[in-house]
Design a protein around this ligand. Structure first.
Ligand SMILES: Nc1ncnc2c1ncn2[C@@H]1O[C@H](COP(=O)(O)OP(=O)(O)O)[C@@H](O)[C@H]1O
Ligand SMILES: [Mg+2]
Length: 389
């Protein structure tokens, strides 16, 4: 059994009913008992993903499911596996064609997802780290979108989470290669997926880009802290009710809600204690083994002279990681590691820093550092920045 966090905040957590203060002081309800569509807008770190998960929990509480379909690059959808729902709901993990997963949860190729799975499973997760490249993930997701519309009857409402609405565009683009059709795909999904038993919940950092089409079709728009960004011009009327400074600086647990009938309110959203924090590496925390099998890791790279600059080759990377991982080096400045390595010429502290960063991001995104892996280094899945563990 994977290690699931059993600390009291998650154990004790209950979702409860949404707490909304409507500006007209009347009572309105969110469409939580039927299919609908939501668009969450806000700056990075504003709490958008937490809001999406909160909406999905409301659906789970009503006997529905969550299809965490288009995750962020850091596979934050895996956090469901340490939520209280893990004990009571059926979970399925989707992965790409070159990847195999060993874990205590069911898993299958994304291409084999069937309509029956939407009735059988309560939580279906397709994490970025289970694909060998973003292109592969987009391609598989593009195919899955087509399947969604084949669902012509349903018992279970699935809440479809898309953690960056613009990704739908790339997913469809990878299937039909047609920009116009790809652009229409997300808007179509936001409007039409409800007829197939899906509540769509999208989030976006970029309200001005292609996501506009989704925003206008969403039944409920949720505004989070926008920071310096202004609302798009067609939404400026909201500033008559909520001052721009207020929306710019909304606390993370507060969202402004605008319904399609133009009722406005302020919703309290609790922090979900299992939500992934930025530096966590969930795959190792949850004890999941991800094998990308025969995937090409690229050719080994030698250092090369480019003008007066010597590039960093595989050997240099391995030497830096080996030194950094050495317990005797703990706490020493990166400049000493740069000097201590076997590389000629000696590298700067910044070079070491950037290699550690590349190494750790490879592990967080795909489960391994590809340079270390192609050289069969034992450190291929070892996070270097100890604070990240
Ligand atoms: N409702 C909330 N209450 C308190 N803190 C929150 C809440 N939502 C998010 N946070 C904090 O903000 C961080 C980023 O939240 P997240 O939802 O991942 O942001 P985004 O998706 O907008 O980048 C979380 O890790 C958490 O620390
Ligand atoms: Mg997010």
């Amino acid at each position: 059994m994977a290690q699931v966090i059993n600390e009291s905040p998650t154990e004790k957590f209950t979702i409860g009913q949404p707490k909304i203060f409507w500006t007209d002081s009347l009572t309105h309800t969110l469409p939580l008992n039927r299919t609908s569509s939501y668009m969450v807008m806000g700056k990075r770190g504003a709490g958008k993903s937490n809001d999406l998960e909160y909406l999905a929990c409301q659906n789970l509480e009503r006997g529905g499911g969550v299809f965490d379909f288009f995750g962020a690059r850091d596979s934050e959808g895996l956090a469901w596996l340490r939520s209280p729902y893990e004990k009571t709901r059926k979970i399925l993990l989707l992965h790409g064609p070159d990847t195999s997963i060993v874990s205590s949860w069911d898993s299958k190729y994304a291409s084999e997802l069937s309509l029956g799975d939407f009735e059988h499973y309560d939580i279906i997760i397709s994490p970025a780290a289970f694909y060998t490249s973003p292109h592969q993930e987009f391609h598989e997701a593009g195919n899955t979108i087509s399947k969604i519309y084949l669902r012509d009857h349903y018992d279970k409402i699935q809440c479809l989470l898309v953690r960056e609405a613009g990704n739908i565009y790339y997913a469809r683009l990878s299937i039909d290669g047609n920009q116009y059709e790809a652009k229409a795909a997300a808007a179509y999904m936001s409007k039409e997926a409800r007829h197939s038993g899906f509540t769509c919940a999208f989030d976006t950092l970029r309200p001005f880009s292609i996501d506009i089409d989704i925003r206008v079709t969403a039944e409920i728009v949720i505004l989070k802290r926008l920071g310096r960004a202004m609302l798009p011009r067609d939404m400026w009327y909201i500033y008559r009710t909520f001052r721009p400074e207020m929306i710019a600086r909304l606390p993370k647990n507060t969202s402004v809600i605008v319904t399609d009938d133009n009722y406005m309110g302020v919703m309290d959203v609790p922090f979900l204690p299992w939500h992934k924090t930025e530096r966590e590496h969930l795959i190792s925390i949850l004890g999941i083994k991800v094998d990308h099998g025969s995937v090409s890791l690229g050719e080994a790279k030698e250092s090369e002279m480019h003008g007066s600059i010597m590039t960093i080759g595989d050997k240099d990377h391995l030497s830096m990681m080996a030194l950094y991982a050495n317990p005797n080096q703990e706490g020493k400045p990166l400049s000493m590691i740069a000097v201590g390595s076997t590389m000629e010429p000696k590298r700067s502290a910044y070079a070491v820093f950037s290699q550690i960063h590349a190494h750790d991001s490879g592990i967080i995104k795909q489960g391994f550092c590809s340079i270390c892996r192609r050289s069969k280094s034992g450190l291929a899945a070892t996070i270097m920045d100890r604070k990240k563990q």
